[in-house]
Design a protein. Structure first.
Length: 292
């Protein structure tokens, strides 16, 4: 079964007409209303789901990936076509996606593209392509899931200009424990599909400074990129597995930073809407925007 979602960079590689354009719906505007109970309920198979009962039962074993406590699964319904459903992990109830989505190959897109885009902490979902194979429907289609049905918000139609809509994303890596003098954090931002700022935070007061991206290269045979702090200290950033090795050009500084989760812990705290959702997405940001 094809799974779409959380691990991909949230990218809608499509083109839009800017005339009369209103604000693009944002994931943060539609926060999840309720939380996962911690144990998946058996999926409820009704008459309209019998044909897909194996797919639904397999999906029901997964952790929630959409709107707080729902599992979104999609599978092929032909060449370049997807259909699917969301399963309430707390109750086992199945809600079908409002339509099939197809023909996204007609849209200019990049490696991070996904025809269905969604997040665990949001009720917003975006489909890119043709809904139910309708001619003239090519575009990005925004819906809100209100826990009973998918409510249409708006469509942004494609044009021949092939510009891109890409929300901001940030990958954070850190060393040491937050709130201590040894704490250090590097943040790598992506804005509108382009490499953005690099931030460096350190110490108990979490002092923040801006670093400058220099170039990408090979460091001792491994792909790396270089950044310079305001002190003129140059740092080599060497991704390895899901961590980064940070080495100064004078050899006096060498530490391994791990991906840093930014969000609620044990139900307390708030979600970071722009942060990479896991270490895989964070590393994808580095590889796509900083190592090229």
């Amino acid at each position: 079964m094809l799974r779409i979602g959380g691990l991909l960079v949230v990218t809608l590689a499509l083109s839009i007409s800017t005339k009369g354009q209103t604000r693009i719906p944002q994931f943060k505007d539609f926060p999840a209303k309720s939380e996962y109970a911690g144990k998946n309920a058996p999926v409820i198979i009704t008459a309209d789901g019998r044909m897909y009962r194996t797919r639904l039962r397999e999906a029901a074993q997964e952790k929630p990936n959409f709107a707080g406590h729902y599992i979104l699964a999609a599978w092929g319904c032909g060449a370049g076509c997807l259909m699917g459903a969301v399963i309430d992990a707390n109750t086992g109830k199945v809600h079908w996606l409002p339509h099939t989505i197809c023909c996204w190959n007609e849209i200019e897109r990049d490696d991070g593209f996904s025809p269905i885009v969604f997040r665990l902490n949001s009720r917003l979902i975006v489909f890119t392509g043709l809904r139910n194979e309708r001619d003239g429907d090519q575009g990005a289609h925004f819906y809100e899931f209100d826990e009973t049905e998918f409510k249409f918000i708006r469509t942004i139609k494609s044009t021949a200009t092939h510009s891109e809509i890409q929300p901001q994303r940030v990958a954070y890596y850190s060393f040491g424990r937050i709130g201590t003098q040894s704490y250090e954090q590097l943040g790598f931002q992506v804005n509108n599909g382009q490499r953005g700022e690099i931030t460096y935070i350190y110490g108990t007061k979490e002092t923040e400074i801006q670093a400058t991206y220099l170039t990408h290269d090979q460091c001792n045979g491994s792909p790396c990129f270089m950044t310079r702090l305001p002190t003129n200290l140059t740092l080599q950033i060497i991704p390895k597995d899901y961590a980064i090795k940070v080495v100064s050009d004078d050899g006096r500084y060498s530490k391994v930073f791990g991906w840093e989760y930014i969000g609620p812990i044990n139900g307390r705290g708030t979600f970071c809407d722009v942060c990479a959702e896991d270490e895989k997405e964070a590393m994808n940001i580095l590889q796509k925007y900083f190592l090229r």
